[in-house]
Design a protein around this ligand. Structure first.
Ligand code: C2E
Ligand code: CA
Ligand code: CA
Ligand code: CA
Length: 279
């Protein structure tokens, strides 16, 4: 993995050569993937810092290509956004998530909240909340079990439309998270202006939090400020106990990262929920 700047990762894998060959046909491939059920939803647990319990998860899409193997979202989400395929893709992910939530409930597991990523194109979709409502009705899942993750760049344009859309999502009972916080043109005024429930500190600030005093100061201040505004804070990319200790000291609410678990397939996540329950 080579790093370009603070929050841009490019992945160079052996598969990339195959991908390059297929580049032109990627769109066709992705279209087929949507029809042939090649997309999967993985779950990465969100852990409560106080109790250590799994209190939620982020849904992250994966593409298991019959020839190339597993393709990470960084490789196809941008293409899906450019081509508009992100709309059916997003709908597929939402339907899968709601079906999984329904199955967990049916098997007697306590309800947990699942976070979904919304891309700019989905967010601007006129019938976004109607499409979500349709899936909720179909699956019988309550809107309060969903959280939608948006980035700062998505909310900074067109304040009026953003407010309308956020209100519609909240009217479904869902909560709103600001993703990758700190990497965009962070304007603290968004936090005041928009009905944001949760803020996710980007992992580029968490990575060196135990080694870099500036990053620690930023994380600490962000957590304190968010709490004063009644906003919950999740730290992304927690990989070691030293980071966890500091985030605990700073009063962070929930953690997400490889230290607890990588994103895992639904079967594995279901097992985690069962085990946690029988503790
Ligand atoms: P994101 O929303 O910032 O998601 C978090 C990313 O950080 C995930 O990458 C996750 O696997 C990774 N991650 C989690 N913990 C750690 C850690 O401790 N260390 C490190 N180094 N990484 C960690 P992933 O799954 O490759 O997803 C990449 C991006 O693709 C996501 O970034 C999100 O922007 C987008 N994405 C994924 N699924 C969807 C989807 O269903 N819809 C949309 N619109 N975008 C999606
Ligand atoms: Ca996210
Ligand atoms: Ca993020
Ligand atoms: Ca990110």
């Amino acid at each position: 993995v080579k790093e370009h700047g603070r929050n841009n990762y490019r992945f160079y894998t052996p598969e990339m050569t195959h991908m390059a060959i297929d580049r032109l046909d990627m769109e066709g491939n992705l279209r087929r993937a949507l029809e042939r059920d090649e997309l999967q939803v993985y779950y990465q647990p969100l852990v409560d810092l106080g109790s250590g319990a799994i209190v939620g998860a982020e849904a992250l899409v994966r593409w298991s290509h019959p020839r190339i193997g597993m393709i990470q979202p960084g490789e196809f989400i941008p293409l899906a956004e450019d081509t508009g395929l992100i709309i059916p893709l997003g709908q597929l992910v939402l339907r899968r998530v709601c079906t999984d939530i329904r199955d967990w409930q049916a098997s007697g597991l306590p309800p947990i909240k699942i976070s979904l990523n919304l891309s700019a194109r989905q967010f601007r979709q006129d019938d976004l909340s109607a499409c979500i409502r349709e899936v909720l009705d179909e699956t019988g899942v309550e809107g309060r079990l969903l959280a939608f993750e948006l980035t700062e760049s998505m909310v900074m344009h067109d304040v009026e439309n953003t407010l309308d859309t956020l209100r519609e999502l909240k009217a479904l009972g869902a909560t709103i998270s600001l993703d990758d916080f700190g990497t965009g043109y962070s304007s603290l005024s968004y936090l005041k202006r928009f009905p944001i429930d949760t803020l996710k500190i980007d992992r580029s600030f968490v990575r060196d939090i135990h080694q870099d005093g500036d990053d620690a100061a930023i994380a600490h201040a962000v957590i304190a400020m968010a709490h004063k505004l009644g906003i919950k804070v999740i730290a992304e990319g927690v990989e070691c106990p030293a980071q966890l200790d500091l985030l605990r000291e700073f009063g962070c609410d929930e953690l997400q990262g490889y230290y607890f678990s990588r994103p895992v397939p639904v079967e594995e996540f279901t097992l985690m929920l069962r085990q946690a329950r029988s503790l």
